[in-house]
Design a protein around this ligand. Structure first.
Ligand code: SAH
Ligand code: SF4
Length: 362
């Protein structure tokens, strides 16, 4: 059997692996062993899995593969952020970003190659959608970040804030989340996984039935008129549908659960005090934190980042209204790894910038 025709077990949840082993006439506990070898020991080679008999190793080798996407390049920003350019089997590229901080290491991962939603300020949106990532390609990003360079510390937090709209690839994203949470795999806590969405209402409701990871909502505007322009999916799922869906997401969650409202700060577009007031009113009945994101400019986009004064004024107003409001620190700027700068065709662009940054040995 050619490798292409073999099933890629990297994308399987624990339950799926159990079923797989049952189908090939093996005991269910084998699933647990394989799961741990892949996700905790970082082993991708059946032949090295000494926990299995020679015979089982041969059998697995003949029908299955363990295949993460490949790392094309790793670029280090002066602030320690690492941007990985990841090559998919189909030849497309996606990006993930590793952000080390004092007490945690966050990995920003992609769920799609490109995105169909065309938010007016986003580089990924400008590129259009190529395709959804498979569960193996999503899980493979965390696997790579943990095991590609064993000298780096393990990832503690995941944010679905790379390329793509996770709730347009919900099935594979939920499978990946299941593996990230699984104690026999990465064992991350649900509060350390954040899914960011532009607001696909029926999928938010579906998600609330399946998992309860932290949710971030890319709001960016406090009324439908402006949001229709900035986040066009709002025309399909306007605020009067979105806010009840967010409340529904919170309903079944533990008391500690919270939603983060993301609001990109665009100079002269959505950053006036008047908009801060509208936002304060709109969110009055939603338990949430607000994260203001200074716009990250990119070539060919007309928007400008709001002034520090406008951001401060917006923030002060919301704090006075008792909202926990933070301003996102922009990380990875020098390598276009900051939010919304991920655009997938960057290989050459990255090389062009290599004088400013250091390209790591892989
Ligand atoms: N599709 C999802 C997740 C990926 S985008 C979503 O839209 O939520 C992750 C975050 O980056 C979103 O809040 C998005 O609005 C924001 N973003 C996109 N482009 C940006 C830019 N140029 N500057 C700052 N933030 C941006
Ligand atoms: Fe897609 Fe999110 Fe970018 Fe909008 S902001 S185009 S939903 S990736």
């Amino acid at each position: 059997m050619s490798d292409q025709a073999k099933v890629n077990l990297l994308g399987f949840t624990h339950t799926e692996l159990k079923n797989f082993f049952a189908e090939i006439g093996e005991k269910p506990f084998r699933a647990n062993q394989l799961f741990t070898w892949i996700h905790q020991r970082g082993c991708m080679d059946f032949r090295s899995m000494t926990v299995f008999s020679e015979q089982l190793r041969d059998k697995l080798d003949s029908i299955a593969v363990l295949k993460p996407p490949s790392v094309e390049e790793v670029i280090k920003s002066p602030d320690g952020t690492l941007k990985y350019l990841i090559k998919l089997d189909s030849g497309s590229f996606v990006e993930m970003v590793r952000i080390p901080e004092a007490k945690r290491v966050t990995l920003c991962i992609s769920s799609q190659a490109g995105c169909a939603l065309q938010c007016s300020f986003c580089a990924t949106g400008a590129q259009g959608l190529e395709r959804n990532l498979t569960s193996a390609e999503i899980i493979g990003q965390l696997w790579l970040a943990n095991f590609h360079n064993q000298a780096l510390s393990r990832i503690s937090n995941i944010v679905f804030m790379g390329m793509g709209e996770p709730l347009q690839n919900t099935h594979n994203v939920i499978k990946a989340i299941e593996v990230f949470l699984d104690q026999n795999a990465y064992g991350l806590s649900k509060r350390k996984i954040t899914l960011s969405t532009s607001g696909i209402v029926p999928e938010i409701i579906k998600l609330s039935e399946k998992t309860d990871v932290s949710l971030a909502i890319s709001l960016h505007a406090p009324n439908n008129k402006l949001r229709d322009e900035l986040v066009p999916i709002n025309k399909k799922y306007p605020l009067e549908q979105l806010l009840p869906a967010l409340k529904c997401y919170l309903k079944d969650q533990s008391a500690r659960a919270n939603i983060t409202v993301e609001y990109v700060m665009l100079d002269g577009i959505n950053d006036s005090l008047e908009y801060a007031k509208q936002l304060g009113k709109l969110l009055a009945n939603l338990k949430c934190k607000i994260n203001l994101i200074p716009f990250n400019p990119f070539d060919g986009n007309p928007h400008k980042r709001s002034s520090d004064h406008a951001i401060q004024q917006f923030k002060d107003y919301l704090i006075a209204k008792k909202y926990i409001t933070t301003v996102r620190t922009t990380r990875g700027d020098a390598v276009d790894g900051a939010c919304g700068q991920l655009s997938g065709h960057l290989l050459n662009a990255i090389k062009g910038k290599a004088s400013k940054i250091s390209v790591l040995e892989i």
